[in-house]
Design a protein around this ligand. Structure first.
Ligand code: NIG
Ligand code: FE
Length: 424
């Protein structure tokens, strides 16, 4: 066997178990393989073998020149996958912090023209080049924290030109730096000021003008809607998503985050790939999602940052057989965090997920939530060599330590794209 990179001697090599044609759910949500003295062999951009160091060294051609990485005392994981982010936006929203501390509700800030709408102003003003520069910086921050693939939404343009500008920025950022970005069109993120009194007009604009352009220029794989009281109703969301599906996009939803209006039920009904947030999901919603196999993308960093009392009922979802993925929801308002390592901590402590369940939620299930599980999300022969080495003696340590970036090395498409000297 030939390889040009060998990672060996890992204290633990951790990956979801076996090939996974469908997202992991129920008992399987927590099934992982932990290999002591683990190794991965890589040729070009692909994994060619996974096993113990002794096993791989035996199988590898002798005298072949290759780089070897000694991962002694470290944990090797698949590159992390962040399946829900709003990585492209203009400006920032630190001025809202004082309102939050006065307990002004998130939806009230939005209704007063702030929140998402203040980011819309800044994003409309920004040029394509400016958006690319900022989002490239955020992508590189993600990479440095172990993320090798992320979803990226539009939704701060809310006019045809600005939504297209955002999606073109995502495409360009995907091209110029290592993190793979999977684009989602979120034209229905809020009602822009110029349509304040014309909901119907804005929905028609999305369906008749924005969606056809997005599809024609192949700028998005998914269509998402912020289905929430005071934003887009279940009925409006259904119309928008049906139109998107008709035009060939796959579906995602911001659902049942603040008021339980039946977003999860709609996601299941329409065959959405995922429903995201779900803090206040109903029992019926859980049952429908389990029945349809809809992935729950939970965003506990947002719950933490909005200081909500109630986290998404992750345990009930896992018990009911809903596959769970986790994401940062990186955005300038409700979650200015792009580090999945922090999400590991919050998910364990407040969603009461086990470290093994969380690992699957940010690797293989997250890859399923982006339709990429055939290529990424686990360490298996034939998959892309997207790998993170953490300076941690075992995988539980990642759930235990918090606030320190434990990344030691990141390998993307078989190249070592980031190396940290943690001992130096
Ligand atoms: O997922 N909930 C809606 N959208 C984002 C927040 C966007 C913002 O506040 O800028 C979210 O939390
Ligand atoms: Fe979001």
């Amino acid at each position: 066997m030939k390889a040009d990179l060998l990672i060996k001697n890992a204290a633990q090599l951790v990956t979801s178990r076996g090939a996974s044609p469908a997202p992991l759910r129920g008992k399987n949500q927590g099934e992982i393989t932990v290999l002591a003295d683990g190794a991965v062999a890589i040729k070009d951009d692909k994994i060619v073998a996974v096993g113990t160091t002794a096993d791989l060294e035996k199988r590898l051609e002798r005298n072949q020149k290759r780089r070897e990485i000694d991962a002694s005392g470290k944990v090797v994981l698949p590159g992390l996958v962040d399946p829900h982010t709003h990585i492209v936006f203009g400006g920032s929203r630190e001025h809202e912090l004082s309102l939050k501390l006065k307990n002004v509700p998130y939806l009230e800030i939005l209704a007063a023209g702030g929140g998402i709408l203040s980011t819309v102003k800044a994003t409309r003003r920004a040029s394509l080049e400016e958006l690319v520069t900022i989002a490239e910086k955020y992508s590189r921050q993600m990479l440095a924290q172990g993320t090798t693939t992320a979803e990226a939404k539009s939704g701060y343009g809310l006019s045809t030109a600005s939504e297209l500008k955002m999606l073109r920025a995502i495409k360009e950022v995907d091209r110029i730096q290592p993190v793979d970005l999977v684009p989602t069109f979120l034209g229905a993120h809020a009602l822009p000021p110029e349509y304040k009194d014309d909901r119907e007009g804005f929905i028609s604009l999305i369906i008749e003008e924005m969606l056809p352009r997005v599809v024609e220029e192949k700028l998005a794989r998914y269509c998402d809607v912020f289905c929430e009281e005071g934003v887009f109703s279940v009925e409006e969301s259904r119309r928008l998503l049906l139109a998107a599906r008709e035009m060939g996009l796959e579906l995602k939803m911001h659902a049942d985050e603040i008021v339980p209006i039946g977003g999860a039920e709609l996601a299941a009904e329409l065959g959405a790939v995922s429903a995201d947030h779900l803090l206040v999901i109903s029992k019926e919603g859980i049952a429908r999602m389990a029945g349809a196999g809809t992935i729950a993308v939970l965003l506990p960093g947002t719950t933490f940052y909005l200081r909500e009392e109630r986290y998404a009922p992750a345990r009930a979802m896992i018990e009911a057989g809903v596959p769970v993925a986790l994401a940062t929801d990186f955005n300038p308002g409700s979650s200015p965090n792009n580090n999945l390592q922090l999400v590991i901590n919050i998910a364990c402590l407040y969603l009461e997920m086990t470290p093994a369940e969380v690992i699957n939620a940010i690797t293989i299930n997250a890859a399923h939530a982006l339709g990429r599980a055939i290529e990424i999300g686990s360490l298996e022969e034939g998959k892309k060599a997207d790998i993170v080495i953490f300076d941690a003696p075992n995988y539980e340590y990642l759930a235990y330590r918090y606030g320190t970036n434990l990344v030691d090395k990141v390998i993307k498409n078989g190249n070592v794209v980031l190396e940290v000297d943690n001992n130096g």
